[in-house]
Write a protein that binds this ligand. Structure first.
Ligand code: ADP
Ligand code: MG
Length: 255
């Protein structure tokens, strides 16, 4: 991808994700400390930071895989509370891709992709399969549809996981270190799919240490350390002029 392939990207004004004064504890351990964050429609956020800094916890709070104890999380206009109907709605709108793919091993690629649309959205099988094939083509593996996840490479499995999420027609996509478990030669094929998704206008929040990806598509890079957001800036600023000592140290270690 060259710089010219990316026309100026202007995210919308509509706030898709808002965290205000969010605090979370695991028992006595204060894992998220006063997190404030807004993501607008079409915005692409990259989250980085040392292991254990709370990146996964924050992103998992956004689709309520984890509960926060203080503050407010509003996703696509719905506040995340204990109301199960809200949680159900959010899970339909927010796709999530994990480090370890989390495909169902006993189901074919196609069955993995049609499961949620058929059972959650009540989409008829024929239509769900057509949508699934469409997304499998987009991630360039339609020929793998009848195989089982175990018969695919890691990169292919992760692309299936992305296609599977997209089959639910989400308004927001969350990624938690989607390339960390992959062999180096497979990282690019997954990043290419993510770049294409970003360019299609999807609102995305990606925990990743792929700084090339951050530079290519991120509107904002967030650095977390010990449960806090210590820096949040556009990539130009983030990489060339990091404000915080901990960000500088982190960048010097990974770049
Ligand atoms: P990161 O994704 O940045 O590596 P995590 O959000 O996974 O960080 O974890 C942040 C901290 O919270 C770590 O110290 C981790 O050990 C702790 N932690 C994560 N999940 C749990 C849990 N379910 N119970 C208790 N502690 C947890
Ligand atoms: Mg993590």
């Amino acid at each position: 991808m060259t710089a010219t392939a990316h026309p100026a990207h202007v995210p919308g004004q509509e706030v898709m994700i808002r965290l205000a004064g969010v605090n979370k504890w695991y028992d006595k351990f204060h894992v998220l400390k006063d997190i404030n964050l807004e993501v607008t429609k079409g915005e692409r956020i990259v989250v980085c930071g040392p292991s254990g800094s709370g990146k996964s916890t924050m992103i998992r709070c956004i689709n309520r895989l984890e509960e926060h104890q203080q503050g407010q999380i509003v996703v696509d206009g719905i506040e995340l509370t204990n109301d199960l109907r809200n949680i159900e709605t959010i899970r339909k709108e927010v796709g999530m891709v994990f480090q370890h793919f989390n495909l169902f091993p006993h189901l074919t690629v196609l069955e993995n992709c049609v499961l949620a649309p058929m059972w959650v959205r009540k989409t008829p099988r024929k239509e769900a399969e057509a949508t699934a094939m469409n997304y499998l083509e987009r991630v360039k593996i339609p020929d793998q549809a009848r195989k089982y996840p175990g018969q695919l490479s890691g990169g292919q499995q992760q692309r299936v996981a992305i296609a599977r999420s997209l089959c639910m027609n989400p308004r927001i996509m969350l990624f938690d270190e989607p390339t960390s478990a992959l062999d180096p030669e497979m990282i690019k094929e997954v990043l290419d799919v993510m770049i294409e998704l970003a360019e299609s206008g999807m609102t995305m929040m990606c925990v990743t240490h792929e700084m090339g990806f951050a530079k290519t598509v991120a509107d904002k890079v967030i650095f977390m350390d010990r449960g806090q957001i210590v820096e949040s800036n556009p990539p130009e600023e983030f990489f060339t002029n990091p404000q915080n000592e901990r960000t500088r140290l982190f960048l010097s270690q990974i770049l």
